[in-house]
Design a protein around this ligand. Structure first.
Ligand code: GLC
Length: 726
């Protein structure tokens, strides 16, 4: 065959090797060049084989503006040009930020994380992949796996919260949702684990800012979700903008190659974040484009997102011997491997043939509604929810009462406002007949009507325009104007049910004290209005649990559950301890917290053994009982602590969770299998290790409470405990 790389019967490696051998230096560098919004102006570059990929986005942070949609005809025409008129016919890899849905917009990732449901996260990713693939896209820049304890950071919206374990479990689910088991399947796309790494630790929560963390924090807090994504087979990884201890990640060979490839075994390719290669100059570690390109490529960045440094300056560096040809070749192999595995050489144009597959089907909407429902967290409820038959007059007000696209949240490029049923309409349809619903503007008119209703549902929160990238804030208060009207309503004796739509944890101590109920709804997506109404009326019960701590004030940040004890941990009512003189020491609502419309008891905790070898497993079981009058879903959580180790360890670490749905009075035994190897951490000697000794464990409803037991890890085999579970 003249072009063996087109022979789909050949092994991937043979096709890649054959193609690489046929490529010129210019064509090789071309495969590492990603441009934005490819169009006819770049036809000559396409014919010359100098464009390997294009993303479609209106700007580096396109997710916060109504973005240009993808133009299928332009994409088809440019792909046809590449395939039919370039010398080697290498298809172009098309990418877009399909972060939490394409046309079917799901809750923001932080909201999805609040479902604590890998199954739902995977299903949502699969819908996003199907819709994106139908539009001709091959690659999305998600899941975002940045662990963060910084609600000031706007991008907390895009990740899975403050816990490495929860982030890692959801990473695996998302990767499989987008990629499936066969990247070449017509309804799957390549995923991208980002932003590698520690971007969420930016000083002051200020986006793109300096990151100063120790090597153990890097390995035990920020890297685990990426290790999990690599183990799940993620096709690509994106290098982050930030530095770590003065070394910009995009030029950091230790993290990009030694750890990512050497320790994690990553075999896909690394793409830089937007212009991150060029920004090595701003970081002050590169003198010019050539210097930046050489450093990034040699550190392990295979594809250059839009900086143009590789395109402009890499050839001279290779020809001068400053960059080894083999280094370039290996980067090109990695990109070509993914193109071959995606089936691009066979199906680059097939997505543009015939009518595009339907988007936002009834099934997609039903899933979006379920994910939205199960992402919302009921923080407080004195019994006013669900709105019962005694509630005859309901006032709905607040800046989100009639919101449509504002429910989408940040990084929504292809959602359409007209697809949304606003809360006002949804609640009107959901309330029982005979209940009067007054929807009033968020003004003194609402206060006036508040005097003559049984309850006021107030939809408050932050607009997505101030959430996401380049949107860090110095306060976590409700946006201007909301608190005053809440207090005016309350001053008139109106019972308040607050629904909070936000892309970040806001500090809402006044609501915690004065509202009768608080439903934290995040930015819940296209079915956010209907999902909110479902929960308010009791058509469904809240399931969500906090994936981040909710601080009392911005002054408390960072506040998170899995902190180290310090030498002066905070007992009650003391002074000279790690505390603030002017604030309680605990968050307003803790990691893992969430209520339903029933209550659960935990009884009868048992361990299979009380001594277990470092290579062994421990079975932990507890009975969860629905002690209320309504069905409900509980998320039982397993936490451990290593109280004495070679380094100071967190006071608690999540190591398991299970959702269980129970009818009133029903009990179920939840069983966790704890692999002692999962207790490994980076020890004093910087090796990853499990250390013998005593451990605490808890099984309970959140990070502050639960049934407690102890066990010990020995070097010997396990010793069976008396009367242990079979
Ligand atoms: C942005 C973001 C990144 C996104 C990329 C492409 O600056 O940091 O998350 O995927 O550029 O839009």
């Amino acid at each position: 065959m003249e072009k063996p790389w087109l022979d789909r019967n050949l092994p991937v490696e043979e096709r890649v090797a054959a193609l690489l051998a046929a490529m010129t230096l210019e064509e090789k560098i071309g495969q590492l060049q990603q441009v934005a919004n490819l169009d006819d102006e770049q036809s000559e570059a396409v014919r010359a084989g100098r464009i390997g990929s294009s993303l479609f986005s209106s700007g580096a942070w396109g997710g916060n503006v109504k973005d240009e949609g993808v133009h299928r005809e332009t994409m088809r025409r440019m792909q046809a040009l590449a395939v039919n008129e370039s010398r080697l016919g290498i298809p172009i890899l098309y990418a877009r930020d399909v972060i939490h849905g394409y046309r079917t917009i799901f809750p923001i990732p932080l909201g999805q994380a609040a479902s604590w449901s890998p199954e739902l996260v995977e299903q949502a990713a699969a819908v996003a992949a199907r819709e994106a693939a139908a539009e001709g896209l091959h690659w999305t820049f998600t899941p975002m796996l940045d662990v963060t304890r910084e609600p000031r950071w706007g991008r907390i919206a895009e990740g899975c919260g403050e816990d490495p374990y929860l982030c890692a479990e959801l990473a695996k689910a998302a990767v499989h949702g987008y990629q499936g088991d066969d990247l070449a399947a017509p309804d799957r796309i390549a995923a991208c684990a980002k932003h590698y790494v520690a971007y969420g630790a930016a000083e002051g929560g200020r986006d793109y800012n300096t990151v100063d963390i120790g090597p153990r924090s890097l390995r035990d807090t920020y890297l685990p979700p990426f290790r999990a994504a690599v183990a799940a087979g993620v096709a690509t990884v994106m290098s982050s903008f930030n530095d770590i201890d003065s070394v910009p990640v995009t030029a950091n060979r230790e993290v990009l190659t030694d750890i990512l490839r050497g320790e994690f075994g990553f075999e896909g390719f690394v793409v830089s974040d937007w212009n991150a290669v060029g920004e090595l100059i701003q970081h002050g570690v590169a003198a010019d484009d050539g210097d930046a390109a050489a450093q990034a490529l040699c550190a392990g960045v295979d594809m250059d997102m839009v900086s143009g440094c590789y395109d402009r300056a890499l050839q001279a560096r290779v020809e001068a011997g400053a960059v080894a040809l083999e280094t370039l070749d290996e980067a090109v192999r990695r990109v070509l491997r993914i193109k071959v595995r995606l089936g691009l050489f066979e199906q680059a144009l097939s997505a543009f043939e015939g009518e595009p597959a339907p988007l936002l089907t009834a099934g997609d909407r039903a899933l979006a509604r379920r994910v939205a429902r199960e992402s919302m967290v009921l923080l407080k409820n004195d019994g006013v929810l669900p709105l019962g038959p005694e509630t005859k007059r309901v006032l709905l007000t607040g800046p989100f009462a009639e919101a449509d696209h504002q429910l989408f949240g940040t990084w929504t490029l292809d959602g359409r406002a007209e697809d949304v049923t606003p809360l006002a309409a949804a609640l009107g349809a959901a309330l029982p007949k005979g209940v009067e619903l007054r929807v009033k503007p968020w003004s003194d008119e609402a206060v006036y009507h508040g005097r003559t209703v049984d309850v006021a549902v107030v939809a408050v929160g932050e607009h997505p325009c101030r959430s996401g990238e380049a949107n860090s804030t110095v306060t976590l208060d409700l946006p201007a104007g909301q608190q005053q009207l809440l207090e005016a309503l309350h001053a008139c004796g109106t019972p308040i049910v607050a629904v909070v739509y936000a892309g970040r944890p806001l500090s809402i101590p006044w609501l915690a004290e004065h509202a009768r109920a608080i439903l934290y709804a995040w930015h819940p997506g296209v079915e956010g209005g209907t999902a909110t109404a479902d929960l308010l009326t009791g058509a469904a019960a809240p399931v969500g649990r906090l994936p981040v701590s909710l601080p009392r004030s911005v002054g408390q940040v960072p506040v998170y559950y899995n902190h180290r004890p310090t030498g002066r941990p905070v007992p009650e009512r003391t002074r000279v301890h790690s505390r603030y003189a002017d604030s309680p020491d605990i968050p307003l609502y803790p990691f893992g917290h969430g209520l339903g419309y029933t209550r659960f008891d935990y009884v009868d905790l048992s361990l299979s053994v009380t001594e277990v070898a470092a290579t062994g497993t421990l079975t932990v079981a507890a009975t969860v009982r629905n002690a209320g009058e309504r069905a409900g879903t509980e998320t039982a959580q397993l936490y451990v602590r290593d109280p004495v180790a070679s380094v100071s360890r967190p006071v608690k670490e999540l190591k398991g969770f299970q959702r269980v749905t129970l009818q009133p009075g029903e009990s179920k035994r939840v069983v966790f299998t704890l692999h002692v190897a999962d207790l490994a951490f980076t020890g004093l000697d910087m090796t990853r290790r499990v250390e013998p000794g005593a451990f605490d464990l808890w099984v309970g409803p959140d990070s502050t409470q639960g049934l407690h037991a102890t066990f010990s890890v020995t070097a010997e085999g396990a010793v069976r405990a008396e009367g242990a579970e079979s």
